[in-house]
Design a protein around this ligand. Structure first.
Ligand SMILES: [Zn+2]
Length: 453
């Protein structure tokens, strides 16, 4: 599984962050969790084909979470898609899409298979395919909002070929039965029990998408023992009251869910526009749950980097959010050369000043997951669940995420600085906190309405 954050803003986009959407790539198929404005564009930039989308999951009807849906459907139509598309969401999503299509006089060239969840429903299996299923549970937001868990089904254990041939098992049919857990009878009448030949089943990978919500037990249930939990972290602790009031989570809330669910990796996203420096959120989350990364738009996160690296590669240069020069990168990329230098440059510098970040650019590299120690608890539980077979994989888990900072071997887009700088940044942050205990956040423009989110 490869998770690609496409938009990590909450409520309103910023100059560098887009509205909520997260893509999950699995075995050539793409699953989209929320579809904020620009999601289809970000997919292109991420190197994900829109034609590969199998299903779209909408969490709730705050506009920023589904404002990209009709645009995406229109593109799929223009691409002459003929494959069925599944759309999952709270009850009403079908009516919304149909009304829009009708209004525009569009008749789709493909079928949409809707899976709607009624308010008040508890755990709902919204998709049940041969090799995976997706489960939805209500979260705790100001309006009905669903969290999702994508779960690969367990794969049968490996057959011990030597043992099998020693016992005289040769036919495919026999192997099939054994793999399915059935016992077989040999020609001489000996009964072979499946467990003698077949190892423990190998648990499938899992991913949970939790946005928007206050802390709630359902978030923990969705995230239980997942490989990757994507959790909203709209606010820092300083604004815990506002988080509660608006039905959102702080970075610590996300960490709490991750800890209780014993996920392997927490990825936080859905950041309030007021944070130009996301490092404060990362730090607070890591205080509660060390294996945490900041979601970085378009940067893929792997459950199995050895096999998955290179499958999804961004088509644009990723902004290294940990580099001090990111402001100027942005200018030269998006405004093109000299014109932006005077006006754009000024804006960016003054913004950084406002953020209180001491000139550090908004961070987001998420180079972390350095320590294996931090995940030992998770690993233990993982192994319990798995039985022996997965043990090795679980053990490698440290490695899987560990290499993040080195992902860039031969691929400069991943920005090598993030990894080595993180300890310095920790130090900087402490110093900063000492010298400026009352870090405040200043609206960047008079139009920024922070009461909204
Ligand atoms: Zn939201």
């Amino acid at each position: 599984m490869i998770v690609v954050p496409l938009g990590i803003a909450s409520a309103t986009p910023t100059a560098v962050r887009h509205l909520p959407a997260v893509a999950l790539w699995r075995e050539g198929s793409v699953f989209l969790f929320d579809c904020g404005e620009n999601a289809q564009m970000r997919m292109l930039q991420a190197g994900l084909k829109r034609s590969k989308i199998d299903a779209i999951f909408i969490s709730h009807f705050d506009v920023d979470h589904y404002s990209g849906l009709m645009g995406l459907l229109s593109t799929l139509q223009l691409q002459r898609r003929d494959r069925e598309l599944t759309i999952v969401g709270p009850k009403g999503i079908k009516e919304y899409v149909n009304w829009n299509l009708q209004f525009s006089g569009v008749e789709l060239s493909f079928d949409i298979n809707y899976s709607e969840v009624e308010e008040g429903a508890e755990e709902t299996r919204v998709i049940d395919a041969d090799d995976y299923y997706v489960e939805a549970r209500p979260l705790k937001h100001r309006r009905f909002c669903l969290g999702y868990r994508f779960q690969e089904k367990d794969r049968p254990g490996k057959v011990d070929a030597d043992k099998a041939s020693a016992l005289g098992i040769t036919e495919d049919e026999q192997f099939k039965k054994l793999k399915a857990g059935e016992n077989i009878k040999l020609e001489d009448g000996t009964e072979i029990e499946a467990y003698e030949i077949v190892g423990h089943p190998r648990p499938g990978d899992s991913f949970a998408y939790v946005s928007d919500t206050e802390y709630c037990p359902n978030a923990v249930k969705l995230a239980m023992n997942t490989n990757i939990l994507y959790h909203e972290a709209t606010f820092s602790n300083q604004l815990a009251d506002k988080a509660k009031e608006t039905g959102h989570s702080t970075a610590s809330d996300a960490a709490r869910v991750a800890t209780e669910a014993q996920t392997k990796l927490l990825v936080i996203g859905h950041f309030s526009a007021r944070y130009t420096n996301l490092h404060v959120l990362l730090k607070e989350a890591r205080d509660g749950f060390y294996p945490t990364w900041l979601a970085n738009e378009l940067r893929p996160i792997f459950t199995d980097p050895t096999h998955e690296r290179g499958i999804v590669s961004p088509k644009v240069e990723l902004k290294d959010l940990t580099k001090k020069s990111s402001g100027s990168d942005y200018r030269s990329n998006d405004r093109g050369g000299s014109r932006g230098r005077s006006s754009g440059g000024k804006n960016f510098r003054s913004r950084r000043g406002h953020s209180g970040g001491g000139g550090r650019s908004s961070s987001g590299g998420g180079g972390g997951y350095r320590s294996r120690g931090g995940s030992s608890d998770n690993r233990r539980s993982y192994n319990n669940r798995d039985g022996g077979d997965r043990y090795n994989r679980g053990d490698r888990g440290g490695d899987r995420y560990n290499n993040r900072g080195n992902d860039n071997r031969g691929d400069r887009r991943y920005g090598s600085n993030s990894y080595s700088n993180s300890s310095n940044r920790d130090r900087d942050d402490k110093n900063n906190n000492d010298s400026k205990p009352n870090r405040t956040i200043t609206p960047r423009t008079s139009y920024d309405d922070f009461d909204r989110f």
